[in-house]
Design a binder for this molecule. Structure first.
Ligand code: NAG
Ligand code: NAG
Ligand code: NAG
Ligand code: NAG
Ligand code: NAG
Length: 339
């Protein structure tokens, strides 16, 4: 973020004190003060306050109007030889930084304690694995969350869907079901927790996407309609994965995992290669839910393969490689939803 630092209120106050002292001294010397000497303090304070207002306003305007997809910034990044490239996408077309902020209202949990997974150490972890390649019949639509902070519902339903499919070859399960019908557990398009989404699936299960198709908004009314004829798939339990190896073993044993990540500005225009956070890149406040489908290694960088919720024009057909040992540590907030 650019912009000059506004004056601190403290130094402002000190200045006012000095002014007052100076004014008293002047008053003592001159018996008949003119207009300027009487109102000098007021004039100076007004000027200082005016400057502060202008600085703050222009700074706010700059953030509000900052367009995310800037081809000259993208070209500059791509000329630097970094391990990942950037490129435009439809999802953030004409979207400003200020508007994008509303998308990241997802977190791991509101619980104090989440049960920890006990993953058996039953095999050697391969250097490469991709659930989507190992289970091509489970390849599902990559949704686009639109202007709705619903990555929690898409990532959770999609990971659970893959896990059901691994066992039962079902159709894709409904992200809309979770987004519209769990009204009391999460906050629809204004965000949610991934453990609460998992609780919903344990209690109510998910219908198929065909039965309750994805629209992307949070129309709770829709759920007064019952989906009686629809089959529901319920989860058994969930637990928090404790380290990178456990995540890998769990993906091979059961299927994709959901994780919460921090989003940095250039991730919005990620295109290909192993993403990592470069020093000085601004970070969004709040979290974003993604699905981890596998891992690998490229040019000495180990990476996770993640599926995002910004449609297929973002990244590599909607997927990204994220450095495992980089600044973003997915192993801190990774959830296994057990079918
Ligand atoms: C794109 O970025 C460059 C360099 O930061 C900046 O000078 C330019 O104004 C930006 N363009 C737009 C349309 O925001
Ligand atoms: C973005 O804005 C340009 C010009 O304002 C417009 O032509 C274009 O259709 C917009 N694109 C999207 C995806 O809204
Ligand atoms: C995938 O689906 C096709 C038909 O839908 C089926 O013939 C094939 O056996 C399935 N593959 C696997 C690995 O289950
Ligand atoms: C998204 O919706 C919010 C209100 O919820 C609005 O302020 C913002 O401008 C919208 N962004 C876009 C890109 O339409
Ligand atoms: C899943 O598949 C098993 C057999 O493989 C079957 O017994 C079970 O009913 C299926 N479950 C659902 C929900 O379709």
């Amino acid at each position: 973020m650019r912009g000059s630092r506004p004056l601190s209120p403290q130094s402002n106050q000190q200045q006012v004190e000095k002014m007052k002292l100076a004014q008293t001294a002047i008053k003592k010397r001159t018996s008949k003060p003119n207009f300027f000497t009487t109102y000098r303090t007021h004039v100076i304070i007004s000027i200082i306050v005016g400057i502060i207002i202008i600085v703050v306003l222009s700074f706010t305007k700059q953030i509000k109007e900052y367009i995310i997809i800037n081809q000259s910034e993208i070209n500059f990044h791509n000329s630097q030889g970094y391990p990942y490239t950037l490129g435009p996408n439809d999802f953030f077309q004409n979207v400003t930084l200020m508007q994008a902020k509303t998308l990241f209202k997802n977190d791991f949990t509101q619980q104090i304690n989440v049960e920890k997974c006990k993953v058996p150490i039953n095999f050697e972890i391969p250097t490469y694995f991709n659930f989507k390649e190992s289970y091509p019949n489970c390849s599902h639509i990559i949704f686009n969350q639109g202007n709705c902070s619903s990555s929690y519902s898409i990532a959770v339903s999609s990971a659970f869907s893959d896990r059901v499919c691994k066992v039962n070859q079902t159709q894709q399960l409904s992200a809309q079901n979770l987004l519209s019908c769990d009204g009391k557990l999460n906050q629809g398009c204004t965000g949610g927790h991934i453990t609460r989404s998992a609780e919903y699936i344990i209690k109510h299960g998910l219908t198929t996407n065909e039965c309750h198709p994805f629209r992307g908004d949070d129309n709770f009314q829709e759920c007064t309609k019952t989906f009686e004829k629809c089959q529901r798939y319920k989860a058994n339990s969930f637990c928090q994965l404790q380290n990178k190896d456990d995540i890998k073993r769990d993906i091979i044993n059961r299927g994709p995992v959901v994780a919460i990540m921090q989003v940095y500005k250039d991730f919005l225009v990620y295109r290909d290669g192993v993403y990592q956070v470069l020093e000085g890149t601004p970070r969004f406040h709040g979290g974003h839910a993604i699905k981890i489908v596998g891992w690998g290694e490229q040019n000495g960088y180990q990476y996770w393969i993640i599926e995002n919720t910004w449609g297929t024009t973002w990244g590599n057909e909607g997927l990204a490689k994220l450095a495992i040992d980089g600044f973003i540590d997915l192993s801190q907030q990774a959830l296994s939803i057990i079918y």
